[in-house]
Every structure is written in C-alpha cells, then in structure tokens.
Design a protein around this ligand. Structure first.
Ligand code: SOE
Length: 393
C-alpha cells in the first residue's frame, strides 16, 4: 500500500498543478470540491487540481469546510482570493448576485473562471461576464452539469449521427415541491433562491435554465417563446429583515417555443408539483426516432427507432453502464451505474482536459449567455403576454 501511495505521489509531482480558489461553501461548493478531488483519480489529466483556498464570509465554517475537503487555506474576502498570485482558477459557487462581480474581477486578474449556473441574474449581467473573460482570453465554463450525464451524452451522439431525421418536437420539465409551505421564509442561507434580488428569478433561472441549456445543446437555438409564469405565494417573511415582504420570483414557469430547426417545444418548471423532488425530464421526437430521459433514472435512455424490423419495433430501455457508453469506461464494470455527483466530476475532468490540450470548452460563458437570452425572453413574454423573440441569435 505504501508503495502505491508513493507511486501516486511521484505521478502527481510530474503533473502540472492547477490551483483552485473556491468561492462559496454551500451545496454547490460541495459538489465542485468533490469533483476536483475525484476527477484526477478516474481520468488521466495533464493538470492536477489543487484545492488551494476556499473563500466564504463565516471564517469558522469556512475553516471547517476547508478541513473536511482538504483546502490548504481560507479567505473571507473574495477580493483577496482573486488577488492571490498562487491561484490559477476562481470557481464561483456562491449565490447568483455575486457571480458577475467576482467573475469580472477574476478575469481581469488573468484567472480562469468557472461559474455555477445561471451565469448572471439577467442576460445583461451575463453579457458583461462574457465580455470580461473574452477580453482577458481566460478559460471559462458554466456548471450546467446535466450535460455530462452519460445517457444525455449518448442522446447527443445519436442526434449528431442523424439517427432521428427531421426533429418535430422537444418537451422538457423540471418539477420540484420544496416551496409549497406558506411558512417558508425567503432570503438568507439556503433560501436565497426565493429572493429575486439575489437569484434574479425563480424557477425560470434556477430550473428552466438547465432544461434550456440542454435543449439548445441537443437541438440547436431557440428563436421565439410564448410564456406564462405564476407566483402562488405572494408574500413571505424575509429571513434577513424579519419583515413580511412581497415575493418577486416566479414559482412556476411554462413556455412554448420554436427552435431554429423548425421543431416546436413545450417547457415547464415548478416548485409546486407535490411529490416531485427533481423530476427533470426530456423527450425528443424525430421523423425516424424518438428518445426520452429522466433525471430520477439518470442512467437510462429510452430510445425508439422506427427503422427497426416492424415485428420487433418498440421502445428500448438502455442501461447506460457499458464501457462504450460515454464516460463509463472510467468507472466500474458493466451493469454498475453512477449518479448525480459524477456529472460534476465529468465536467471538472473535461475542463482540466481542455485546459491541458487546448480543446474547446463547453458550456462556455458565451453558451451560458445564450441560455440567459432565452430565460429573459420567457420572463418578458410572461409580462407582455406576447410571443417574444430570443435576442442574441
Ligand atoms: C434547486 O432546488 C436546485 O438545487 C437547483 O439550484 C440546481 O441547479 C438543480 O440541479 C437542483 O435543484
């Protein structure tokens, strides 16, 4: 065992180090930290990620987080983190209202930047972030992690191989139920997603952004939308002020849209679908084939091919665990599946591989901006009650 450890230390020494400064230690800080720790163990990467510093306002909790995940140091001011010479990459996992300022400063300091989704609270904010990373010419990526589910990547491969023919329909949902209680306050730790000044919007930016990012990756740009949103609970106590304040987020959001390829689509997200915790689904229907996927069963892809012999034609339920399935050769043996955290590990591995080889990185900040043009159009259409074009196309 000691020999193996020594060998590993030697191998690590030969790799180039990529020093990471993480901002935020909540749910996403944990998923990202885990991803950076696991990626080099399962993927052969030129760069060795080093957890150099974690930055958060509460120093005691930041120290506890650092000890648990193995960060070498702690900062309580992100500006200090960004100014540090020993940091190569700033990874933003703090609430949405902090993304733009940190990302822009990090880019100006010449750091690579990774940012949790959504990129900004609005397309304008996201645009300023794109301009900053592109002007500084620094590597950048948005954590739209569900693009890295092996079943979804397989679907992308099947689409790229043109197995579906002309695409007619796309439909996608993201259903949750965690904000139904009237007593749930808005704002503050864990609940900032309910405070529009921090989050930017409700389910449109938080959940539909995932559906839209994935849809445009699979099926191309969205050109126009017609939307409705609803805020079911109009007032909630604010955790920080203690006052009952109007709720300004959308609790539910649904839209119709048209893709550039002529297909039509239906999207829906809500936090009021009792019984559903994170039911992210998609279905795509083409002239020759259809496919569907569901996050609760993320290692399966349902696929129907009309070209199959008619006697045997039917929906295939493909268990995505074989070595020739995307990413799976890096994991266990056929039949043994992987889960949610692996989507982040894949994303970290792809980022480090791209930085090492110069391959393009996706989703880049510019890809993240494309999603924000759609979410902006959705929110606008819900107000105007008209079809709205998606800007930026
Ligand atoms: C909201 O509950 C949330 O945590 C989103 O913020 C994440 O992006 C999504 O992946 C799961 O749900």
């Amino acid at each position: 065992m000691a020999g193996t450890e020594r060998e590993r230390t030697e191998i690590l020494k030969q790799k180039k180090q990529l020093n990471i400064g993480l901002v935020g230690y909540g749910f996403m800080g944990r998923t990202h930290s885990n991803a950076f720790l696991q990626a080099p163990r399962f993927f052969d990467l030129t760069y060795q990620p080093v957890l150099k510093a974690v930055c958060a306002r509460n120093p005691e909790r930041a120290a506890g987080f650092a000890a648990n995940w193995g960060y070498e140091s702690v900062e309580s001011d992100w500006q200090h983190l960004v100014a540090r010479k020993d940091i190569d990459l700033i990874d933003i996992a703090s609430p949405n209202n902090t993304h733009a300022e940190i990302a822009i400063a990090a880019a100006k300091a010449g750091k690579m930047v990774m940012c949790e989704k959504p990129l900004g609270r609005t397309a304008n904010e996201a645009l300023s972030m794109v301009e900053a990373v592109e002007a500084a010419n620094v590597s950048n990526m948005v954590w739209y992690n569900y693009r890295r589910v092996p079943a979804v990547v397989l679907l992308k491969q099947l689409l790229d191989e043109n197995r579906f023919g002309r695409i007619f329909h796309y439909r996608s949902q993201f259903l949750q139920d965690w904000t139904i209680s009237q007593d749930l306050p808005q704002g503050g730790e864990g609940l900032w997603r309910l405070d529009a000044s921090v989050s930017g919007s409700g389910v449109t930016g938080d959940l539909l952004a995932h559906n839209i990012d994935m849809a445009m990756w699979l099926n191309g740009p969205i050109v126009e939308v017609s939307a409705m949103t609803e805020t079911f609970i109009k007032e909630r106590k604010h955790s920080l002020t203690g006052e009952v304040e109007p709720v300004k987020i959308d609790d539910a959001s649904a839209f119709l849209c048209r893709f550039e390829n002529g297909s039509m689509a239906l999207f829906e997200a809500t936090r009021y679908a009792r019984g559903h915790k994170a039911l992210f689904t998609l279905e795509i229907n083409g002239e020759q084939a259809s496919a569907s996927w569901d996050l609760h069963d993320l290692h399966r892809l349902e696929y129907f091919d009309h070209r199959d012999e008619s006697r045997l034609r039917g929906w295939k339920n493909i268990h995505i665990t074989d070595g020739d399935h995307p990413y799976m050769k890096h994991w266990w043996v056929p039949g043994l599946q992987i889960g949610y955290e692996h989507t982040f590990i894949h994303q970290a591995a792809d980022f480090l591989e791209a930085v090492g080889t110069g391959k393009p990185i996706a989703p880049s900040f510019r890809d993240g901006l494309a999603t924000e043009y759609v979410t902006d159009a959705v929110l606008k259409s819900a107000v105007t009650k008209k079809w709205e074009p998606v800007l930026g196309n």
